[in-house]
Design a binder for this molecule. Sequence first.
Ligand code: UDP
Length: 242
Amino acid sequence: MKDIEKIKMIYEGKAKKVWSTDNPDFVIMDYKDDATAFNGVKKGTIVGKGVVNNTMSDLMFTMLEKNGIKTHFVKKLSDRETLCRRVSIVPLEVIVRNITAGSMAKRLKIEEGIVLPRPVQELSWKDDEKGDPLINDYYALALELSTEKELAEIHGAAGEVNRLMKPFFDGLGITLVDFKLEFGKTADGVLLLADEISPDTCRFWDKETGKKLDKDRFRRDLGDVEDAYAEILSRVESGIEG
Ligand code: UDP
């Protein structure tokens, strides 16, 4: 493929910029060090986060692609930039949980750290102004956020991603607690896994020490944030090489 040129910034989110290119079917993701939590109320910087999240997402998407998951990933361009298929994002955040934590523990008034006998899938309406409210399949269909066929595909793919990622991280000495996925549709209607897979979007607990190696260190002011991001990336890199 000939080199693709960045044209203009078409979107700036909390953690990434998206650039159009000279090919309408492709965009460039550009990962920032900016960190936000609690729907943008807490703001900060995690030095090097953009590099970690870009590198890690590319490794994860490559692993998933090898195992039959269709993703938007095309090619890593630099430390912070990745070429991706252009998609329109389905306005749903799909959360998969293996262990209770975060908003689930809070909402249900149960402890964090309970191993669920089977994974849970949750949907949120991806809308910052509304605070990404929790919904379910009936809402997603009634609000026309997605079709029945897409939802079935999304739940199937999210379950499969969990079945692939859980043992992958377990082999690195890490418990995959929960994670968030986003899906998008190409111009010709193909559903692809999109966005990122990183310590910003997953909860990772060290199996031996229980240490959190993810964005909860930032959300909860636990310190050692940069080190934790570097640590998870280095384990993923060793897992992919090994
Ligand atoms: N998550 C995310 N973006 C969001 C909300 C959640 O990436 O806007 C991820 C979060 O990092 C965690 C999982 O989804 O790995 C479940 O998050 P939860 O619902 O517990 O929300 P939180 O406690 O982060 O408010």
